[in-house]
Design a protein around this ligand. Sequence first.
Ligand SMILES: [Zn+2]
Length: 237
Amino acid sequence: MKEQIGRIRELLTEIESDSEAAAPDSFERNFDALELPNIFCQIVDFLQPGLKPYEAAIYWYMFRHSVVSTGSQNVRVSTRGLAKKVVSSLRADSSNASISYGAVTEALAGLENKAAIRKNGDTTGDGTPYFVALPEEISWCLEAIQAATVVEVPKAIDEKKELDYYNVAENRLKIFERDSYKCYKCGKQLTRFSATLDHIQPVSKDGDNSYDNLVTCCLHDNSRRRNTPIMDALMSE
Ligand SMILES: [Zn+2]
């Protein structure tokens, strides 16, 4: 008899907490129409991959009964309610199956450890109040979000590219223009199609692709010189 009364009380609590969540006057914050889809995406992309299946299922349940339905990040849940409502066992013969209390308790602890939820008050007969954190409020999640959203252009490479007057097309033109499209060796007037670039200090001898290490050269002289340093090549004529 005592057990039955306890069970009835629990069921009433469940019904009460459900209707409470659905009451429109309990709506605390209106998440922007554009904000919610973004939060959904962040949960799927960054939070969920870090959760175990039961943790994810319970997080989604709590999220749905807080942020989505009331606009508040607070929700009160009971282990019993979660065990019954969130996931059922896959056994085909048990239509009313629920997951074990142990599994729910473990998942709640896991979610707390991962800072996805935190206890927000004392456990009462109505369950335990929790604060449901959004992905951007969870440090490990925020790191993943930032890592994915910041377009990473390594500065060093970018600067190197800017300083590369050999491989970067617009930079090659700057050398040709500086030299008036004339071959440094024979003085032949070249065009942007016939001009080539020659390294003053050959690459094989640690020469780089900097502005000062390149000169405009005709194809004929370029192929003749090969790896001879430019001064030697000029002297040998
Ligand atoms: Zn030439």
